[in-house]
Write a protein that binds this ligand. Sequence first.
Ligand code: ARG
Ligand code: GLU
Length: 694
Amino acid sequence: MRFLKIIFFFIAFQMTAQQGGMWIPSLLDGMNEDEMQSLGSKLTAQDIYDVNNSSLKDAIGHFNGGCTSEVISPKGLLLTNHHCGFSQIQSHSSLENDYLKDGFWAMSLEEEIPNDGLYVEFIVRIEDVTEAMLAGVTEDMSPREKQSKIDINRNGVVKATQKEDWQGLKIRPFYKGNQYYLFVTERFEDIRLVGAPPSSIGKFGSDTDNWVWPRHTGDFSMFRIYADKNNRPAKYSKDNVPYKPKHFLPVSLDGIEEGDFTMVFGFPGRTNEYLPAVAVEQITQKVNPSNIAIREAALKVIDANMKADDQIRIQYASKQARIANAWKKWIGENLGIEKSGAVAIKRKFEREFTKALKAKGMEAKYGTILPEFDRLYKEFEPVNVKRNNFLEVFFRTNELMQMTFRAYQMEQALAKNPENSKAIASFKSRMERIHKNYNAKVDKGVYELVMPLYSKTIDASIYNKTAFTNMDRTLDLLKGTSAEVLEKLNNDVAYQYAKPLIKEFFTTLEPEFQRINTQINALQTTYITALMKVMPDERYFPDANSTLRVTYGKVNGYAPRDAVYYNPVTYLDGVIEKYVPGDYEFDVPQKLRDLYDAKDYGQYADKNGKLPICFLGTNHTTGGNSGSPAIDAEGNLVGLNFDRVWEGTMSDIYYDPEICRNIMVDLRYVLFIVDKYAGAKRLIDEMKLVHPKK
Ligand code: ARG
Ligand code: GLU
């Protein structure tokens, strides 16, 4: 009987252990540690996060605020994705030195290239500051009253926190403001490019394979952190030296097999796992489809131009990748929500919640939440969709409209204070940044296809007459007194065209959006409070918010549809299968084909003599987890997270353990490329290679 009980307990654990979640590293003791160990982990909570001793967390850096990276040598060598370092690689590229196309390898410290503005941030410690942040906040306060109380509390917490002067501090809400955590950080600002494979390896399969399994992309690049002589963060200086980390990840040469434990440690950006069904419907049926249509129109023009002209290919590479990435993700998200029946599942859950409210006598207090959501989302829909579309046109796809938007902001600032010389200077530097990678012909084409999806009036002739498409003419426009600048600005045809649209955004769209969104957010906070009170035994993990998290699972394939099963590992053989000579997505470098023909894999082959490329896991990840390490049961690096599977991109809204998988590059492929392909043996030599399975 007792034995049976243990078995039952074990099975129950095995099942819940795969339900996803992104956990706070300082709170793993207990439930998470047990779950991880039941999946095969040998790590303790303290191995992962420790304030007094070095731990895994000391190797994990937030890369430029949007990706994750990890330290893999005692000399501050840093690993992240190719697509995370993409804009740096692009910025050092030219037609003569095309690092995007051919790759780049620094063969000595002296050859490593500084990157203006790039930073990497580590977490020194995490503290629960919920009590102090919510002191004096009561449920009957209005959202505004609550916020001002919280702001006052925040000042108190900041003042009371001990930290060194070179360290930073952040406080972030969790569980929609039901909890608060404080992060003491260290930000390094001298980060140099060390190496990147050619795009035909680092971006192999490009948009066709993006978000798709089976995958064969070597999506990695390498940087190095430099510090001052005291090993502290410092701005770039030629006197800086390689950073000596508190911890760096050893690299396992034994890799993974199906069923192995993996943990992904990084900075997931944003998820929304506790939305009501009505919100999920709005996202998938209204917001996503119109955003998809706008991006599709823009991509049609950009793709065609990039294929026809190498200069444009380099100029628009980053922009195109950014636009295409979310475009494809939203399509997959919609399919996954549909396929998993997420809306119906959420509705069923909401009926259970309502029942539990009744059973516990909490109907009077929380019974209005769900009907309120219905009412608010209905009111929200047209505003939300239109505002999304505005942002898509004015910020993501059309560059001339973005310029007019910035000009409008300059005009507003000058109207308030004509002496505000900063307003003109900041507009000028924005324009310079846009013009660095600008082609008016491409942008005009984008305008012609994108604008009709937002506005009834379109006039492509503005491109021939405006000053903004040319930096010299823009500089002319900015000469003279504020009054003169504003007069010239208001005579510009593109500005005349865009101004009413931008005005509408600021006078009606944005205030309406904020008004309703504030109410929705407040209700969402109450909803989480109610859920945790009424159904306390559910497994709640906080939504991603760009803070450091741990997610764990197993190496595991999946069945995307009836009778089809995807193996969790791909091999170099698959790269060669996909090879299309000269293709812009599926070309394979000669050298890689030669290594394949000779089966010259060195110490990087698996035990069957094959070279692994990518593998799948059940780790719950999202955007921002790009570049995150996949860590084995002993704390060694085995993979580099870079994507999710098409059927499972809806995991930002609804995590289904059947079809949600993250995609990682096998570290053995990374090392093989560095060593055998690039000949950058000096980098391999500074790493610590281990054989945990021997
Ligand atoms: N889908 C991955 C992510 O969300 C990779 C994106 C980069 N690759 C690309 N083809 N755009 O960031
Ligand atoms: N490629 C994504 C990133 O840049 C990771 C994939 C995902 O969204 O899970 O963070």
